[in-house]
Design a binder for this molecule. Structure first.
Ligand code: ADP
Ligand code: ZN
Ligand code: MG
Length: 478
């Protein structure tokens, strides 16, 4: 059979750490990056006799996430214990939700090169994160850091609705952007605050779904796409060779670009779920849910629509900018300073996006702020610097962000717009390039571009290009 006779089926379980100030069942801070075990207390260290108290903000954030993804919100929900043993889990159970999640039956729309598609969401539930084992640095041993134990998570479980790595990526990007917009999670993948368990199977269309494998805790788009593509190929080859896919947890190895079976804690395990007797049921009133609904901010889709109408952006640009709340806030903030949406749009979709891609940086990591970007546009609009100097200022903003005005003073990048100085350069370049003059006179208009280019080079990009153009033309036409 040909590969094209198979269809891939993908479902994602996405964990997002909530950006509440404190943990889910105690008042320890959730902040990332503290010294090991400094954000701990008897509750999150699971000392005998301690009791959890549910952080109300966690419920609020989960409901927000549910409403923003078109879920039904349960009026009556509860916490359950998921029992398993692992050294990063001091209670030997994780408080999660089993049969009554807070949110169910949602959906989000994605868009790929094949058009729009709805991906259904089975559920969103709240749970606590586990601690972190540090294996590397300590001569063979492992040390456990419980700062992350008890950090609140929402787990969003999709239906197996995706059919390619591209769709899975688009879905994850969509969820990430929604969670960023409603400010329930900072979704920093490199810090692990957004991670996905990726389930993959293959089958022939029309036949029942195939057996799936699962790759846990993936936290980069690139690895997720590569892992899915590899896994689809592996499963098809296996079936074509007469084998069968085993349901198992796999580990994706970025270096070899392969998946490997993982004999891990969660394989074919019975978690013996039961309601946590230390916590009361979660009952939500209509009024409570309605209030959260009213307070939801503008979501990516409607922001995009507004950009099309208010700023006349192209569909493609508006989509790119609004795909990230940070990019979109950068855009709006910069416009407030320079009142030039077109220019800000161009900076974001070309140079800024390129640098983000090249450095694999997420928009949230952009080191400069919207005022600085706005100021850069103002300096170009006023003719203080040329746009080629503008690019150098942008690089500088990424490396060492400060007021663009200070940057150009410090670097001596102010544009040369003085008639005399421009004239001097023009004369010098003309003297050095008699062939170009002849070419121009022979009708080769391209020679003008060359001369301007030489003059820009001579002045290290500082000469005012419009003035150069004008003056070269005057001289050439004499
Ligand atoms: P578990 O909680 O044991 O991992 P679930 O039934 O809740 O199992 O499914 C987890 C994820 O696996 C869901 O996102 C679901 O969409 C996905 N999934 C289920 N069946 C398949 C399949 N045959 N192929 C790919 N993904 C699947
Ligand atoms: Zn604590
Ligand atoms: Mg799973």
């Amino acid at each position: 059979m040909a590969r094209s006779d198979y269809e891939a089926v993908i479902g994602l379980e996405v964990h997002a750490e909530l950006s509440t100030k404190t943990k889910i069942f105690c008042s320890c801070p959730t902040e990332f990056g503290a010294l090991p075990n400094t954000h701990t207390c008897p509750i999150c260290m699971a000392m005998p006799g301690t009791l959890p108290v549910l952080n109300e903000k966690v419920v609020e954030y989960a409901v927000k996430a549910g409403l923003a993804t078109n879920c039904e919100i349960s009026r009556n929900s509860k916490n359950d214990r998921k029992n398993y043993y692992y050294p990063d889990l001091p209670k030997s159970y994780q408080i999660s939700q089993y049969d009554k999640p807070l949110c169910e039956n949602g959906e989000v729309e994605i868009e790929t090169k094949n058009g729009k598609k709805t991906i259904r969401i089975e559920r969103i539930h709240i749970e606590e994160d586990a601690g972190k084992l540090n294996h590397d640095d300590f001569g063979g041993g492992s040390l456990v850091d419980l700062n992350r134990a008890g950090v609140p998570l929402i787990e969003t479980v999709s239906k197996p609705d995706m059919r390619s790595a591209e769709e899975a990526e688009a879905y994850l990007r969509k969820l990430k952007s929604i969670f960023e917009y409603i400010e329930v999670s900072d979704c920093k993948m490199q810090e692990g605050s957004l991670r996905a368990d990726v389930n993959v199977s293959v089958h022939k269309p029309g036949e029942p779904l195939g057996t799936r494998t699962e790759m846990k805790n993936m936290n980069s788009f690139r690895s997720i796409v590569r892992a899915i593509e590899y896994e689809i190929d592996r499963q098809i080859d296996l079936i074509e060779d007469g084998g069968t896919v085993t349901q198992e947890t796999l580990r994706w190895d970025d270096v070899s670009g392969k998946t490997f079976p993982m004999r891990d804690k969660e394989d074919a395990q019975d978690y013996r779920y039961f309601p946590d007797p230390d916590l009361v049921a979660i009952k939500l009133s209509e009024e409570y849910i309605e209030n959260i609904k009213q307070g939801l901010p503008e979501l990516p889709e409607s922001r995009k629509q507004r950009y099309l109408e208010e700023y006349n952006l192209s569909e493609k640009d508006a989509k790119l900018i609004t795909s990230s709340k940070y990019l979109s806030d950068l855009f709006e903030g910069a416009i407030k300073v320079c009142n030039n949406p077109k220019a800000v749009n161009n900076w974001i979709i070309s140079d800024i996006s390129r640098i983000l891609n090249e450095t694999e940086m997420e928009p949230i990591e952009i080191p400069f702020d919207s005022k600085q970007l706005g100021k850069l546009v103002v300096l170009i609009d006023k003719g203080t610097i040329s746009s080629s100097i503008g690019k150098k200022v942008l690089t500088e903003l990424f490396e060492n962000p400060r007021d663009p005005e200070d940057i150009i003073k410090e670097k001596g990048w102010i544009q040369i717009s003085d008639e005399g100085a421009i004239k001097e350069v023009v004369t010098k370049i003309l003297e050095a390039n008699p062939q170009s003059i002849a070419d121009y006179k022979a009708g080769k208009d391209k020679a003008l571009g060359f001369l301007v280019g030489q003059a820009m080079k001579e002045t290290k990009g500082k000469a005012n290009p419009q003035m150069l153009n004008k003056m070269f033309l005057e001289e050439l036409n004499k």
